[in-house]
Structure formats: structure tokens, C-alpha cells
Ligand binder design. Structure first.
Ligand code: ATP
Ligand code: MG
Ligand code: MG
Ligand code: MG
Length: 479
């Protein structure tokens, strides 16, 4: 089933069940302190906290999300994209646990011939919050799940709050057991690739009076109006329904892997490290397409820097795959052609989007060209003086002045038979980061109070991103 069809079925199903279909918010959220929308509920927070009353009792959306916190996972796990789409259904004081569980189970198990996703019931299991016996009984009754398929997890995993006093409550996740070839039986907590989580249901049922940390808080009492917030990963459902091995092999992403593999003269599936690079390329190109489409341009801080880093990582990955020539002009249109079904604007605005992406690739290629000469000279010096290690200060200079990521320096030095003093490099990085942090602290005085968002980001456990001033500074240095 195509990704666009999964999205269509989702919206039709929840629409038929009385939900208002709300279009995705743009990726850059209205608040400049949030980098990107990282969960379907973000645009609805104002209703959940009671800041505004919701214009509907039930809503559904397919929200564009970006989670840069997952960047290191990309290509290595089966399930993390920097860009992904979160399908959500929301209830504002309307249905609660029973309705949410009923609606979710029905859609997941209803036969495909009848508009559902038709996942095999025998492979499904759920997690609930440790003492949420109500959810336990509902899963038993509605889904007929036996005891061993209703797994209780603690506050860290299955209790949601915003890190500040306000609405909170237990979560329940739906997972699929992909079978013994994906890991040992049992440890659902490290769900990972065997027990794949694809849908999270949050039951906002009480109000917190104090929050000290993720797992340490006081409950004031029940909420007068209980809410539902759910998020199902569209790419994860696509991966399950398309019979492929991971989210990078779905219809919306895989064609970019094919183009990249072609350019590099590689066969996807032949070598693990190459495969990871191909998946990184496909993921990052798609993220760049969607982020630029929503109006962000490459830059040195905040959103622009995230975008810059994604494009650079894609270019660098192609280089590590052996391609030195520009590749964006081949990769980006391949991504556009897959994404335009659901997002016609990527085709309409492709002139603007592509000139930003191609320009950034060119700029990075110039960086590489400039830094490469410095690196080569330094390597020659090391060799001619009979040493085998490039100084940490050189690596730092390459990083700081030419924007050379350390792993690029390592790789390129290694190609010429030279090591790099990584410890020395890291020490210089740390010293610089400490300076940047001190600067940022000084700068913070007089800026708006963003503690609520900080808490929101920490507490959601869903990586709602906050451009902490420190983070931007330090992120800008890590690539
Ligand atoms: P995981 O434990 O796999 O990292 P999560 O618990 O962080 O996922 P939630 O915050 O609960 O994810 O988000 C709701 C749903 O969104 C998840 O169940 C998953 O289907 C999807 N999702 C979350 N992060 C990603 C991502 N980086 N790429 C693709 N889908 C994602
Ligand atoms: Mg999880
Ligand atoms: Mg989750
Ligand atoms: Mg996660």
C-alpha cells in the first residue's frame, strides 16, 4: 500500500468518525524558539493547556515533523527519519481511553479490503503505564489481548507530561513483533527493531502540581476535561505494509537510494556501511526538500543550520560513496517526484527549493576544496617530518575555519596513511564550546523567558525541539 494511500485511509477513517481534518502546520513552528514541529500535537498544545478553547471536539492530521535528535540513528536503525510524518487523532474533552483504543485497534486490524491496515492481530502487542489498570482492561476487552501482550512500563517510558505543572497522563503504545530474525524474544522496553513501536496513545487525565524531573512529579488531581493525543508514524506503517525492511525503503524514499547507488556505481544491499550512507543520503535529501519547501534557507544558526547540516551530511555521504561531482541535481528531483503526490508545493516551488539546495551543495564543495588543500599540505608536513599523526590543532583549524567535520578529516588523513590526534581535537572543541556557552549565558539576559518551552521539550519525551541558545551554538560546532 502506497504511503499516500495510508495517509488517505487515515484521514478518511477519522473524518468518518467525526474528526475535523486539520492540515499540517508548516515545519517551522510559529514560535521562533521551537526549531521544528516534532510531534503531531504541537500545533494543538494551546488547546490542551487550556490557553484557547478548541474549535472542534475531535481533530485529525498528518503532521510534517523534523527530529534532529534522531539524526545519528538515521540509516542505522530501521525506523528513524530526520523528516517524517506523524498521523494523529485528538480529542478535546470528548472520547477518552475507550474511544482511543477502540478507534486505533479497529483501524490497525480492519482488513485492507475494507479500508483498514489489516495488520495480523497475532503479531500485535501493546505497552501501558505500570498502574493503568483501566487501559489494561480495555485492551483485554476491546482487542482480546492476553496478559503477556500487555506490557507494563514505568514513568520514564509511558507517562507523559510537559515538564511543567499542567495536563499529564499515562501512554499506551502499539507495537508489532517482527519475529525472531530481528532480535531475541522478550525485552519490549528495548523495543528497537524486533518490537517495532508504530503508534503512541496519550491519555491526558490528570493535572500535575509540581514536576521535578521526568519521573518525579506530584499529581494535583483529575482533569475536568480529559484529552486524547495520539501519534502514528506514517513511514513506519508504510514500512510494515510495503513488506520492506525499514522506513528508507518505502515508496517515498527508496527511489532516492536507487539514484544515489547508481551515481556511486554501488549495489544497495551489498555492503552495510555503504547501505547506511545511501539511507542517510535519501533521508537527508528528503528532509532538505521539505524544510526548504516550508521557507527555511541554509544558514549558520537555528533552523538554517539544521538544514545546512543535513545537506552537508548528504553531500559528504555521497563523497564517501565515491562521488565527487555534484549530486543534488539528480537526487533532489527524485525526492520531489515521490513527495509531490502528498505535497504538490514541492513541485510548484521547485525552482526556489532547488536553487537553495544546489547553492548549498556548491558552497560546501568550495569548503571541501579549500580545506582539502590545507589538509593535504598538513599531511605532507607530518610525513616529511617522519611523524604519523596530524595534530589536534590542525584538525580543529580545519573544523573551525573551513567547516571540516572531524570524521572527514579522519577519513581523508587515513586515505594518506596518517592518524589524527582526536583527543587533542576534542579538548579544543570542548574549550571552545565552554566559551560559547559562557557567551550564550551572557546573551540570554534580557531575552524572552523560554523556560516553558524548555520544559515542554524535556517533558514531552517526544523531542519537541527547542533552540536553546546553548544548543544552537554547540550544534553549530558539531557536524
Ligand atoms: P522511538 O522509541 O522508536 O524512538 P518515540 O517513542 O520517540 O519512537 P513518539 O514520540 O512516541 O516516538 O512518536 C509517536 C510515533 O511517531 C512513534 O510511535 C513512531 O511511529 C513515530 N516516530 C517517532 N520518531 C520517529 C522518527 N524519527 N522517524 C519516523 N517515525 C518516528
Ligand atoms: Mg518509544
Ligand atoms: Mg513513543
Ligand atoms: Mg524516539
Amino acid at each position: 500500500m502506497e504511503t499516500a494511500e495510508i495517509r488517505r485511509r487515515w484521514l478518511t477513517y477519522f473524518g468518518d468518525n467525526g474528526h475535523t481534518v486539520v492540515p499540517s502546520s508548516p515545519l517551522p513552528f510559529e514560535d521562533p524558539n521551537l526549531l521544528f514541529v516534532a510531534a503531531g500535537m504541537v500545533p494543538f498544545v494551546k488547546y490542551f493547556v487550556g490557553q484557547e478553547s478548541a474549535p472542534y471536539q475531535r481533530a485529525t492530521s498528518v503532521q510534517k515533523c523534523v527530529r534532529t535528535l534522531d539524526i545519528e540513528e538515521v540509516g542505522r536503525t530501521t525506523r528513524h527519519g530526520t523528516f517524517f510524518q506523524m498521523n494523529g487523532n485528538f480529542s478535546f474533552g470528548d472520547y477518552f481511553k475507550e474511544g482511543a483504543i477502540q478507534l486505533a485497534w479497529e483501524l490497525v486490524t480492519r482488513p485492507q479490503s475494507d479500508g483498514g491496515f489489516g495488520l495480523p492481530e497475532k503479531d500485535l502487542l501493546v505497552t501501558i503505564y505500570q498502574d493503568d489498570d483501566e487501559s489494561y482492561r480495555l485492551w483485554q476487552r476491546i482487542a482480546g489481548l492476553p496478559d503477556e501482550k500487555i506490557v507494563r512500563l514505568g514513568k520514564k517510558d509511558n507517562y507523559w507530561h510537559m515538564g511543567i505543572p499542567g495536563p499529564a497522563g499515562p501512554c499506551s503504545e502499539i507495537l508489532i513483533d517482527r519475529g525472531p530474525e530481528f532480535g531475541p524474544e522478550g525485552d519490549v522496553e528495548k523495543a528497537g527493531d524486533r518490537y517495532l513501536e508504530f503508534w503512541n496513545l496519550v491519555f491526558m487525565q490528570e493535572e500535575l502540581s509540581a514536576v521535578r524531573s521526568k519521573a518525579d512529579f506530584d499529581i494535583r488531581g483529575p482533569l475536568p476535561k480529559k484529552n486524547i493525543d495520539t501519534g502514528m508514524g506514517l513511514e513506519r506503517m508504510a514500512f510494515l505494509l510495503q513488506g520492506v525492511d525499514n522506513i528508507y525503503e518505502i515508496d517515498e524514499v527508496y527511489p532516492v537510494i536507487e539514484v544515489a547507488a547508481d551515481l556511486a556505481g554501488k549495489r544497495y544491499g551489498a555492503n552495510h556501511e555503504d547501505d547506511v550512507r545511501l539511507r542517510v543520503v535519501a533521508d537527508h535529501v528528503r528532509s532538505a526538500l521539505m524544510i526548504i519547501s516550508d521557507g527555511v534557507l541554509p544558514g549558520n544558526e537555528g533552523r538554517g543550520y539544521v538544514l545546512r547540516r543535513l545537506i552537508r551530511r548528504a553531500v559528504r555521504s555521497m563523497r564517501l560513496l565515491g562521488v565527487d561531482a555534484p549530486t543534488m541535481p539528480e537526487l533532489l528531483p527524485a525526492s520531489r517526484d515521490r513527495m509531490k503526490t502528498s505535497y504538490p508545493e514541492v513541485e510548484r516551488d521547485f525552482g526556489r527549493i532547488s536553487s537553495a539546495a544546489y547553492g548549498e551543495e556548491e558552497a560546501f564543495r568550495r569548503t571541501l576544496a579549500a580545506g582539502t588543500t590545507i589538509l593535504d599540505t598538513a599531511v605532507r608536513d607530518v610525513k616529511s617530518s617522519g611523524r604519523t599523526t596530524l595534530g589536534g590543532d590542525k584538525a580543529f583549524q580545519l573544523h573551525d575555519t573551513f567547516g571540516f567535520p572531524i570524521d572527514l578529516t579522519l577519513e581523508m588523513a587515513a586515505e594518506q596513511g596518517v592518524d589524527v590526534d582526536e583527543v587533542g581535537f576534542r579538548q579544543l572543541m570542548t574549550a571552545q564550546r565552554d566559551r560559547a556557552k559562557a557567551d550564550a549565558r551572557a546573551k540570554k539576559t534580557g531575552l524572552v523567558d523560554t523556560s516553558a518551552y524548555r520544559s515542554l521539550a524535556d517533558g514531552l519525551g517526544r523531542d519537541v525541539e527547542f533552540t536553546g541558545y546553548d544548543e544552537v551554538t554547540s550544534e553549530a560546532r558539531v557536524s
